[in-house]
Design a protein around this ligand. Sequence first.
Ligand SMILES: [Zn+2]
Length: 210
Amino acid sequence: MNQSTQISTAFTILTCIFFLLSPEQTIAQSKVQQQRDTVKILPKSEWKGVEGKPYKQQVPVQITVHHEGGKLLTINDDARQRLKNIQTWGMGPDRKWADVPYHLLIAPDGTVLEGRNPLTVGETNTEYDPTGHLLICFLGNYNQQKLDNNLLKVLTKLLADQCIKYGISPQKISTHRDHSTQTTCPGEDIYAYFKNGYIVKEVEGLLKKK
Ligand SMILES: [Zn+2]
């Protein structure tokens, strides 16, 4: 390679780099980098969770909201112990799952806890395929308990954070029962806020402010 060939090769490479890092792309990347989560997610170590086992990979393209169902969980109960129990049961002989079935969990006091890695597919006991879903679950039973203003704020802010993080439209937020006829999940109280359009509208409003 003579000198002029070297210069022309270098020029070609630089031109390629310039097009790869076009201004629009750089702006988009910097927006993502600047975006900070508005809701703090406590790591697994906070509830003494063990690492999940390797499982099918995914990039979330929609978000589905759940409740745990079964037992009530009040603000005075130990939400972290409840989550630890879910993991022990789910990874045990009953289910043999790779981890907790859900990616993010919300305690009755509004604390958000890390679950399964969002880049791995979640789990379900019903007939829908959760591939591509980011699963957010309220601990407790919302057929019997109710969301308060704090929980509604946490949920909508968390949803907005995740929409930005994965480039998901608020229109792609739904609930478990929208995908399955075998369940009333996420419970009557939570579902009411989806049915009347409140949640999606609030998330759209939060995204406009960013
Ligand atoms: Zn569910």
